[in-house]
Design a protein around this ligand. Structure first.
Ligand SMILES: [Ca+2]
Ligand SMILES: [Ca+2]
Ligand SMILES: [Ca+2]
Length: 158
């Protein structure tokens, strides 16, 4: 990545972070998606143990060459495969789907840069875990150690 792309990526990330704070429905949607994806035993709540187990499995699934780090190609490649599947099931027009594809891939590039905290060109388990816990803590607004529908989304507590 050259410097200009990095700067553009940073600007895009700032925009997306600010965007998250916008409407309340978007925040509760993010929480519900989190629960849907991470609730392994289906009780409607994501415990710390459940989340940790899920993230470890996810890491192992992305680490295609099993060297204990997620390279750029592994990370973006895994995301692209899932994205392609999701878009194939979409009912949007081909133009809209392509637009969404480009947008999502740009975000994946940005995410890789953010996750790779020490800029070594690979995401270590510690880096992956750190970003995961930040996400968990953001959603566990009542701080009871689990993410569930009982966690008020930030906007609703104002
Ligand atoms: Ca659960
Ligand atoms: Ca690897
Ligand atoms: Ca909670």
């Amino acid at each position: 990545m050259n410097r200009k792309i990095v700067l553009l990526a940073a600007a895009a990330l700032a925009t997306s972070i600010l965007g998250v704070a916008a409407p309340a429905f978007a925040a509760s949607h993010a929480r519900d998606t989190f629960i849907k994806e991470q609730d392994l035993n289906g009780d409607g709540s994501v415990s710390k143990e459940e989340f940790k187990a899920g993230r470890e499995k996810q890491f192992a699934g992305i680490d295609a060459n099993h060297d204990g780090a997620l390279s750029h190609d592994e990370y973006v490649g895994e995301f692209t495969a899932r994205l392609t599947k999701r878009l194939a099931a979409s009912t949007d027009t081909p133009e809209k789907r392509e637009e969404e594809r480009m947008r999502q891939l740009r975000q994946a590039e940005v995410r890789f840069g953010v996750l790779d905290t020490d800029k070594s060109g690979g995401i270590t388990p510690a880096e992956f875990e750190y970003s995961g816990w930040r996400m968990f803590v953001t959603h566990d607004t009542n701080k009871d150690g689990a993410v569930s529908a009982a966690d008020p989304v930030a906007e609703e507590t104002n």
